[in-house]
Design a protein. Structure first.
Length: 210
């Protein structure tokens, strides 16, 4: 009834047309989108998180039903930064002049989510830092935002004319997929910024042999 009141239509106009013209999807679709978004949010939680343990527990609840709307993530434990630290020296030496960007999650004293990074080049630690991210963002978006902002730092602080590549070490396969060409519906601005940086990288000033 609300849609018929705000739209100049006949009483016999079908509901699908009303939703299309008003730009408002049916309530069932809105609720389903919310459930899928929360299921994805559960997927991106750390394994020890109590909510994730309850969501994939043996008892059948509305929480477990919602979590199972999406297939389980296949992120490997081998992608965690705590396992990459042991091989960091050999990886850096294999491409000595490339820029190596190590990214990890961080939480600031005020409770806000954030990002931390370490930048290596020529076997030397060039820069470390961290920054805050707004509370009202999805978990996966925080990682994409971190990559976007820290790539900008690389372009500004590192000696890009000596480097052939920027190697990113992250604990999220999904975020790495965004860098490799995939897209996400929830962080389009940051994804576009990453694409712009990738284009700028090809146009940068470099030495003749690089």
């Amino acid at each position: 009834m609300g849609l018929r009141a705000i739209l100049p239509v006949y009483k016999t106009t079908p509901l699908p047309i009303l939703h299309r013209e008003a730009g408002i999807p049916p309530v069932t679709l809105i609720l389903q989108e919310i459930r899928l978004r929360q299921a994805l949010r559960i997927q991106t939680l750390d394994e020890p998180h109590p909510l994730k343990r309850r969501a994939y527990g043996k008892s059948m609840t509305r929480l477990t039903e919602m979590a199972k709307l999406l297939p389980r993530s296949v992120d490997s434990e081998n992608t965690m930064l705590n396992s990459a630290v042991h091989t960091a020296t050999s990886e850096i030496n294999s491409s000595i002049h490339d820029i190596h960007l190590f990214i990890d999650r961080a939480r600031n004293p005020d409770g806000k989510a954030g990002g931390g990074y370490v930048l290596y080049q020529a076997g030397q630690r060039v820069l470390t830092g961290s920054f805050c991210i707004n509370r009202n963002v999805e978990v996966i978006d925080t990682k994409i935002i971190k990559i976007s902002q820290e790539l900008s730092v690389c372009m500004q602080k590192a000696l890009t004319k000596f480097a052939t590549n920027i190697l990113i070490y992250s604990d999220s396969i999904i975020a790495v997929g965004i860098v490799n060409g995939n897209y996400t519906l929830t962080s389009r601005t940051e994804t576009k910024r990453i694409r712009d940086i990738q284009r700028d990288w090809g146009k940068r000033e470099r030495l003749p042999h690089v």
